[in-house]
Design a protein around this ligand. Sequence first.
Ligand code: NAD
Length: 474
Amino acid sequence: MAPLDFESFYNVIDGKLEATAETRHGINPATLEQLPPVPVSTRNDVNRAVEAAQRAAAAWAATPIEERKQKVIQYADAVDALANEFGKMMTLEQGKPLSHAIGEAHGAAYFLKGFAKMDLPDRVVEDTEHRRVVTRYVPIGVCVGIVPWNLTFKMGPALVAGCTIILKPSPFTPYCGLKMIELAQQFFPPGVVQVLSGEDSLGPMLTEHPDVAKISFTGSTGTGIRVLQSSAPSLKRITLELGGNDPAIICSDIDIPKVAARVAMKSFVNSGQVCISIKRLYVHSSIYEEFMAELSKATKSLVVGNGMNESTDLGPIQNAMQYERLKDFVASIKRDKLTIAVGDLENTFSTGNGYFMSPLLIDNPPEDSRAVVEEPFGPILPVLKWDTEEDVIHRANHSADGLGASVWSRDMAQAERMAGQLQAGLVWINTHQELQVDAVFGGHKHSGIGSELGIEGLKAYCLTQSVIHDKDGA
Ligand code: NAD
């Protein structure tokens, strides 16, 4: 593997590293220091990348799937070998603790390899004396992945399926994405996997482009709707992975200290900036006080700080826009006069350098308060009481979102009965915020359209084609 430097960052178009006339730069959210310049792509860059992707598409689709998978595995090994470097870059640009970031880089390799284990066999529907009918999966062609993180969820299946893909990382966190695709050039032919960085205005240039056949988007529900609208005139295939407001339901028979500690992490890890964090917590009223005491203890023990410090549990909020949004969220908590179990509304934001925020636990707020209804995407957790299964299921489902949901109980019959009624794409029992490469992940309701991961996530980069052969017909 040729060495990679983590100091200069380029677009990758048609196998070549390219700088742009205009540049921008990210900010380290823990120090507010500028990170290195990154490209600001133009419409001309978009057009050239799409043309290169089209040129590369036929040969890549014709490459045997076993060969494509081999290349994905070799690439995954290279990502894994550089996990420490990617992890450091991730902490600098995103803020999360270094150990979590290194784990995520290893995770990227795991997800790539997981897709490389999947197959797309033809399905023989009929094979009789006079007829043979087969359904096949053929690659869609030129795809675009718009991602805030985990671009492997899009890149892995696209490459295995035989598509070419252009990735657009978030303007706030472009660095690891640009380097990942630079590294990919050592394994894939020019034009097969490319990357463009830029401002938010780059997104529409890609979603409008008539020669892009598919968009896979991860981000907020509002932007997802714009992506859908902009893709409609050219009838693009679409996958949308959008926001969530995940409920977790705690039943009365659990081990209170153990579950409270786990729930604190599954709510506040990455400072709540995870689509599948616990965002509404329903605790059975018979254990509410005791559970709240343990959850408060676990929450208070979380250390907020620079992700480069070993003791840090929660890094900063990723960017200024989200930090301001959270300030507005906290102002509405004050206006609504909600009871705070942990945290101090006057001092929850740091006054020094860095977008730091201490976690807030809200004690039994009204079900219709903003803190319960809206995804904060920050370390704010409302805790609510419940008495009957019917009532808590109704409240958990009473949301426009349907990304993830969990039930925590030692009574398996109760857990499965309740889990079976939850309206979400991922339902966990006695855990939350876990993804597995071979288990499909896709939001219900306003949390998305289509799915990623699992064989369905691979088929999302394919068109179906049935071949009906009349053996006597000619
Ligand atoms: P965002 O919607 O602000 O931005 C996402 C991406 O869209 C960015 O790359 C941005 O540049 C781009 N973009 C902006 N305007 C565009 C347009 N008009 N057309 C095309 N692209 C455009 O989201 P974010 O702040 O990066 O992420 C936070 C949100 O993402 C949260 O709601 C979170 O729950 C959700 N999320 C969902 C998943 C999931 O898998 N379901 C995963 C992570 C995050």
